[in-house]
Write a protein that binds this ligand. Structure first.
Ligand code: DAH
Length: 342
């Protein structure tokens, strides 16, 4: 107890002698004496060690000490702008600064819209890994090793295991779905794909696709055409026309690429449609019987259609974005333009 009183004396002296000349000195003083781990707090904690018959006396001494410590700080607080009370020049009733709200990425907006449109036709979303094996990305899709069509897509292989690669298309998810589900199957698989391309305004080493697969009894090319026509009208409006061009994909027979009227020039010809008035948005076709057989599905009983569209291409037409690099540069000036849902 006597020791404590001595300590108090020396602190009292220190308080009286301390010159609070500026904001920094005032703050140091506040932390030392009045802070949450400061001297005043600590002294109050000593109360429990004081003999019961002297508690009252010591309590009074401590309270006076606390007042002394506080009044010293109160005197300078206003002038040095101490943190204990708000600066009187600030109008605390003014509304605060707005908090910047993020926006969805245009690719996400388009992806979500695709999912929504096909969802209304009963297509469920399926997903697969971006690191794939050769079987799901190529062989199961009727692209055995040495098949020249493998050259259509420049592939990133993974050093550690020559059987692994970064999927070059979302068609790999078709293989995964056929492996695990039985017809009727109606799925779309949006996702990122990778190709070993030099980055430029028109090509990128990663981009996005959305795959579609419908397998059931009596599925015909007319179903494919009508499904995609519905999609295009929902996505781009009723006036947009479609056309199919015969094409080749190993996993479909017959195969077709689908074009829509160029939304940039309205069909009169521009650089985006290479003066043709049409732009390609997807590849499609009737699922190759061999592919169904690869997964034990009877190709006499079941038929199916499939398609794979480029999400960036749809985004380009929707928002007139001409440089693929913009999607991954994370420039907020670009990104913040896409506030509304499509
Ligand atoms: N996988 C093809 C590509 O990336 C696109 C494609 C074409 C997907 C025809 C399909 C399809 O499902 O039937 O170029």
């Amino acid at each position: 107890m006597e020791e404590l009183l001595e300590k108090l004396d020396s602190y009292r002296k220190e308080i009286i002698d301390t010159q609070l000349t500026g904001a920094e000195a005032a703050e140091t003083y506040r932390i030392r004496f009045l802070g949450t781990k400061g001297i005043v707090k600590n002294l109050f904690q000593e109360m429990k060690n004081v003999p019961a018959d002297r508690k009252k006396e010591f309590g009074q001494i401590l309270n006076e000490f606390k007042q002394l410590a506080e009044s010293k700080y109160e005197q300078v607080k206003e002038t040095v702008g101490g943190s204990a009370s708000p600066d009187s020049s600030t109008d605390w009733t003014l509304p605060g600064d707005p908090i910047a709200v993020g926006t969805r990425h245009p690719i996400s907006l388009v992806r979500n819209r695709i999912v929504q449109i096909f969802g209304r036709l009963g297509f469920a979303v399926a997903e697969g890994p971006e690191i794939e094996d050769d079987w799901h990305n190529f062989t199961a899709l009727n692209l055995p090793e040495d098949h020249p069509a493998r050259d259509m897509q420049d592939t990133f292989y993974i050093h550690k295991n020559p059987d692994w690669l970064l999927r070059t298309h979302t068609s790999s998810v078709q293989a995964r779905v056929l492996e695990t589900q039985k017809p009727p199957i109606r799925i779309i698989c949006p996702g990122r794909v990778y190709r070993n391309e030099t980055i430029s305004a028109r090509a990128h080493c990663f981009f996005h696709q959305c795959e579609g697969l419908y397998v059931d009894e009596n599925v015909s090319f007319a179903d494919l055409k009508q499904t995609l026509y519905f999609f295009v009208q929902e996505m781009f409006g009723k006036t947009v026309k479609i056309r199919f061009r015969p094409s080749y994909f190993p996993f479909t027979e017959p195969s077709a690429e689908m074009d829509i009227t160029c939304l940039i020039c309205g069909g009169t010809g521009c650089t985006v449609c290479k003066q043709s008035g049409w732009v390609e948005i997807l590849g499609s076709g009737m699922v190759h019987p061999k592919m169904l057989e690869n997964f034990g599905i009877d190709s006499e009983q079941y038929t199916g259609f499939a398609f794979g569209m480029g999400v960036e291409r749809i985004c380009q037409l929707k928002y007139r974005i001409n440089d693929l690099r913009l999607y991954s540069q994370n420039d907020v000036r670009f990104l913040k333009q896409f506030v509304s849902a499509l």
